[in-house]
Design a protein around this ligand. Structure first.
Ligand code: CO
Length: 293
């Protein structure tokens, strides 16, 4: 009789410990610890970095209680910066650090313009950190800037607000997007051109590496008898492409090509992330991912 009650007591204690999660160290879920990872392409141009600082400030205002980290998706940029003594994390390194530090829920915000190659690589690799033993309980990758028609309309409206006030209605605005010949999302630039055209028929979108090119835009400027063109980057930062391929003095820059064709040019050296209304669209995407935790 005595023996049996002792056995029952031990058994009850065991059940109590399991039910109150006293063995959590062995298989139990760790407490929720949330983080945000901002993943930009990156830039080697110090002046262009201000646009990324702008995102940083706005993200911290929006999520004051959350740990916010940065990662850079371009290996070329990371290598160049490392040579200057600045070691920047890849998304993989940044996620591994968060994992080691016991973060359980991570929202990744891709600071890319279109859901192109870079976005898909980031999406794929980031999700692998959810599958590892000891990996995140939940990882969500937010959508890049232009992911719906509403995004395009909001971004176009924001960009139009920042066209220099001196620009007259009969002067054109030509935005330089990056573009890609290797991903179907390149078509977003043409869609974006349409959205701008609906707002103002003298605003055009061209790309450096995709479609349309500056050569596709030239006949349209000619048909509209445009004399002056405002050149604006349509990339997160006004980095190397904006400074050289758009506004540079080399004969193959857009400015040189336009001038050779008889147009006068005004250049704006600000990236889309320099404009708070555009950053807001990115942060809305982050908020909708983060709200699932
Ligand atoms: Co490029």
């Amino acid at each position: 009789m005595k023996k049996r009650s002792l056995f029952e007591l031990v058994w009850l204690v065991c059940i109590f410990l399991v039910s109150t999660n006293c063995f959590a160290g062995h298989g139990g879920k760790p407490p929720m610890k949330k983080a945000i990872l901002l993943a930009a392409f990156g830039t080697t141009v110090p002046e262009a970095e201000k646009a990324l600082d702008n995102i940083d400030v706005m993200a911290r205002q929006e999520f004051p209680e959350v740990e916010i980290r940065w990662a850079y998706t371009s290996k070329i940029i990371r290598t160049k910066m490392a040579k200057q003594g600045r070691v920047l994390d890849s998304p993989e390194t940044a996620l591994a650090k968060l994992m080691d530090e016991g973060y359980t829920h991570v929202a990744v915000l891709p600071l890319h313009t279109i859901p192109g190659e870079e976005f898909h690589e980031l999406y794929q690799n980031a999700h692998l950190y959810e599958q590892m033993t000891g990996g995140f309980q939940q990882l969500l990758v937010a959508l890049p800037l232009l992911s719906s028609h509403q995004d395009m309309v909001s971004v176009a409206k924001a960009m139009m607000k920042h066209v220099p006030a001196d620009r007259k209605a009969d002067e054109a605005v030509l935005l330089m997007g990056h573009g890609t010949a290797h991903h179907p999302s390149d078509a977003i630039y043409l869609a974006m051109n349409q959205v701008f055209q609906e707002a103002d028929s003298n605003v055009f979108v061209g790309t450096v590496e995709g479609y349309p090119t500056v050569d596709d835009i030239l006949p349209k400027l000619r048909a509209k008898k445009i004399k002056q063109v405002y050149l604006m980057p349509f990339m997160a930062v006004a980095g190397d492409h904006a400074r050289n391929d758009m506004a540079g003095e080399e004969p193959d820059s857009w400015k040189s090509i336009l001038e050779k064709n008889g147009y006068t040019c005004q250049t704006v050296l600000k990236g889309t992330a320099d404009y708070p209304e555009v950053v807001k669209v990115w942060l809305d995407h982050l908020r909708s991912a983060y709200s699932h935790f």
